[in-house]
Design a protein around this ligand. Structure first.
Ligand SMILES: C[S@@+](CC[C@H](N)C(=O)[O-])C[C@H]1O[C@@H](n2cnc3c(N)ncnc32)[C@H](O)[C@@H]1O
Length: 286
């Protein structure tokens, strides 16, 4: 077969680059949605003033320091405090009443990026008097993003959006009560960090490490292909307690996945699911 159009050649270059990265460094982006990975790669080529993807591949394979510096660019870390306020409202109304009945709580934020989602949840739990009994695990593959998340320091220019989102989400106080402002930045209150562990974890290759009551994985699976999505949903099933809660991004759905019968909707608009414990547990599609 002869592929002579430019896009096909570019697609081949993308595949070769991802294979080369995997062989050389073990980082596996081969099961990411090809379109979004290609977009990221073409941006790297442009930012580095290179002629094509093959030149980028050469640089990545022969220069480990360069590879390490550019690795975080494979992940898209867009996020904000109380992103999609209607989700947090749904969580307060429909999940919190269940959480009150447990003596202790474990919550896993998978793909937490720079931590805004995690601190938003910590605030919500604090207001519902649940924070003290909760251990939060926040994971991502992007080490730089995790460092920012640990610091909990964000740009003051985003404060008005944070406050607006917080109020729309059903916040009971004022967002300013949870931060201190320092010049151009604001810093999340130390009290909120107490029960949060930030951990480097790769959904594509790592195994389960917790049995959680709630897993949030919002706006992450959109970057994965069908095979990787199935792996991750199986991982979440294995990592959830009986009847545990799974929260996805508002534009995501697991109901198209092969494992859909293992979850049922708790709140359809908020994309909040509940695990259906099943005897066929081991027969889940891998
Ligand atoms: C768009 S952000 C979503 C942040 C947050 N959950 C939200 O909804 O605002 C996607 C995050 O998924 C992370 N990610 C991508 N692939 C991952 C993987 N294989 N394992 C863990 N995290 C991953 C990225 O590093 C990025 O921080």
């Amino acid at each position: 077969m002869h592929l002579d159009n430019e896009n096909d050649s570019e697609d081949i270059e993308v595949r070769l680059l991802l294979e080369a990265i995997f062989l050389k460094y073990g980082s596996d982006f081969r099961s990411y949605s090809r379109l979004s990975v290609k977009r990221q790669i073409l941006k790297m080529v442009k930012d580095q003033n290179l002629g094509n993807i093959s030149e980028l591949q050469h640089k990545m394979i022969w220069d480990e320091l360069f590879f390490k510096s550019i690795l975080p660019k494979f992940s898209i870390n867009v996020t904000e405090h109380f992103r999609d306020p209607s989700f947090y409202k749904a969580f307060r109304n429909d999940v919190v009443p269940f959480l009150r009945t447990y003596p202790s709580l474990k919550i896993w934020h998978a793909g937490c990026a720079t931590g805004e989602e995690v601190y938003s949840m910590a605030i919500l739990l604090e207001e519902e008097n649940l924070y003290e009994k909760t251990q939060i695990y926040a994971t991502d593959i992007n080490i730089k993003a995790l460092e920012i998340a640990k610091g909990g320091k964000y740009l003051s220019r985003n404060l008005s959006t944070c406050s607006e989102n917080y109020l729309k989400s059903g916040g009971k106080k004022s967002f300013s009560e949870y931060i201190s402002v320092q010049d151009m930045d604001f810093i999340m209150d130390k009290k909120l960090k107490k029960n949060i562990l930030f951990i480097d974890h790769n959904l594509a290759v790592d195994e389960t490490f917790v049995e959680a009551h709630v897993i949030l994985c919002r706006n992450v699976l959109i970057y994965f292909n069908e095979v990787l999505t199935r792996r991750v949903i199986k991982l979440f099933y294995d990592s959830l307690q009986k009847h545990g809660f799974l929260c996805m991004g508002l534009r995501e759905s697991i109901m198209r996945s092969a494992n859909k019968e293992h979850f049922k909707y708790l709140n359809r608009d908020g994309k909040i699911y509940r695990k259906v414990p099943s005897e066929s547990f081991n027969r889940m599609v891998k």
